[in-house]
Design a protein around this ligand. Sequence first.
Ligand SMILES: [Zn+2]
Length: 137
Amino acid sequence: MTGLGRWLQQMGMRMTIGLRRFMEGRYGNDKLNNAILGAAMVLVILALFIRNPLVNLIAHGIAYILMFWAIFRSLSRNTYKRYQENRKYLQFFGRMKDRDHRYFDCPKCRQMVRVPRGKGKIAITCPRCTEKFVRKS
Ligand SMILES: [Zn+2]
């Protein structure tokens, strides 16, 4: 191997190790980040078709803010908070997709309770704290 080849290989290794060390203790990527970046991408693509310069600028502005937000989240050291954000996001879209159930938060302990949809008014017992509450399913 030539000296340059070896040097490049060493550089590559050094960068990999450096990147790994840099990301240590940081949050990294998750589903919410993918969604944020996806939304930013859609905005940039949409902006290609927007002729109005002000609206175009706003679309790009929002896209950049979303990208910075995603980068901020992946580099964040507050992994617990980021994890909770991702969990809420997944829960929210889980609810939207689920047409057979309704979701309620227990008024006492905030535990999420799932009940079948379309059964009229029903009494729900929280599985965590056994609080009873009535909701329309
Ligand atoms: Zn409860």
